[in-house]
Write a new protein. Sequence first.
Length: 193
Amino acid sequence: QDGQAVGHVSPAKFIYRTHPEMPTTEVAIRSTLHDDVYVIMSSVNAETKLGTFRVIVRPLVAWIWIGGLMFLFGAFVAMSPSVRELLESARSPLASGGYQVRAGTRLANGTMKYTAWLAFSDAPHAIKLTWLAASTSTGSNGSMSMSVDGFTAGSLATLANGPVRIEEVRLGAQGIAAGISGTEYYDAYTSTV
């Protein structure tokens, strides 16, 4: 460039004795952030030993690769959990006074039966309870299930709850230690028969 060497390339053309009619060409490439230079040996005169070269300059090719890497990095950052989510998942909900939910139902003998406690984050969640009475007053084929955000989180089967009917539903915190406070929000409550 301007009389100065900008690089060294070594294009080649190989002619094999077994197949002289099918020569192969090796393209020389010099890549920089500014451009890619491709040098191709088109032909060689065997008598004069002079060659004809084809030179192709493609500007900014390296930036296509850099852009692709930046795209992958951006996708990784977008899919990664936030710092808050990482911190929330690292802490133990039980050890740090986190949040738990369980469902319970009264049986025909007056006792209560509960699902296992489920620990969850303080983000909004959709909780669905499904309760079915036993088919007869003395039967034990009643059931109850609890779903959180569409996934079954706990269930009870073979419940002897035939004569029991739902008369009240308690939603909210229970058994909170002194000095702990917070706010609960309910968007909707639906009861279907």
